[in-house]
Design a protein around this ligand. Sequence first.
Ligand SMILES: Cc1cc2nc3c(=O)[nH]c(=O)nc-3n(C[C@H](O)[C@H](O)[C@H](O)COP(=O)(O)O)c2cc1C
Ligand SMILES: Nc1ncnc2c1ncn2[C@@H]1O[C@H](COP(=O)(O)OP(=O)(O)OP(=O)(O)O)[C@@H](O)[C@H]1O
Length: 142
Amino acid sequence: MTRVVAQGTFDLVHPGHVHYLTEAAAMGDELHVILARRENVTHKEKPILSNRQRRDVVAALDPVDHARIGHETDIFAPIEDIDPDIIALGYDQHHDADAIVDELSRRGVDCRVERAGPRERQYEGELLSTGTIIDRICEERC
Ligand SMILES: Cc1cc2nc3c(=O)[nH]c(=O)nc-3n(C[C@H](O)[C@H](O)[C@H](O)COP(=O)(O)O)c2cc1C
Ligand SMILES: Nc1ncnc2c1ncn2[C@@H]1O[C@H](COP(=O)(O)OP(=O)(O)OP(=O)(O)O)[C@@H](O)[C@H]1O
């Protein structure tokens, strides 16, 4: 049983997220998704939706077997618990794969890191990032 972990913020879910999770799921037999805690999202605007609501939506997606809200302070704690064979990073995620592998092997977790690809726009007007969806909301509703 090959366990795969994917992770991210997943604020307003869009086809790019589905693409990432579909690619991650195809890397193994069971896909576990870790949702970034709102308070831990510091590299960009914090998500609009709560930890619980984002987890519930991601858990309902077809490629996802399990979804959990991430740890408050130790991002590797859920990884030690899940003990995956693969961590699938998103195409644009800023994480250093070697640093992740090194830290996990220090913790006795033997896991490789793969990277999913981007979803190409399928049609004019398709919104493929949470940021652009929020921009559109502000343009049309604010
Ligand atoms: C291996 C791994 C484990 C993670 N575990 C957690 C966690 O337990 N808690 C958390 O708040 N965020 C966790 N994260 C998410 C990161 O903190 C970060 O917010 C996320 O990768 C940002 O992705 P995004 O900008 O693509 O949404 C983890 C990330 C990685 C790569
Ligand atoms: N268009 C896309 N194609 C493939 N993967 C994507 C796409 N958009 C997001 N992802 C992946 O989904 C995961 C979660 O991303 P995140 O929640 O940051 O969404 P986002 O739309 O990129 O948000 P933001 O616009 O705030 O950066 C990340 O691994 C990211 O690489």
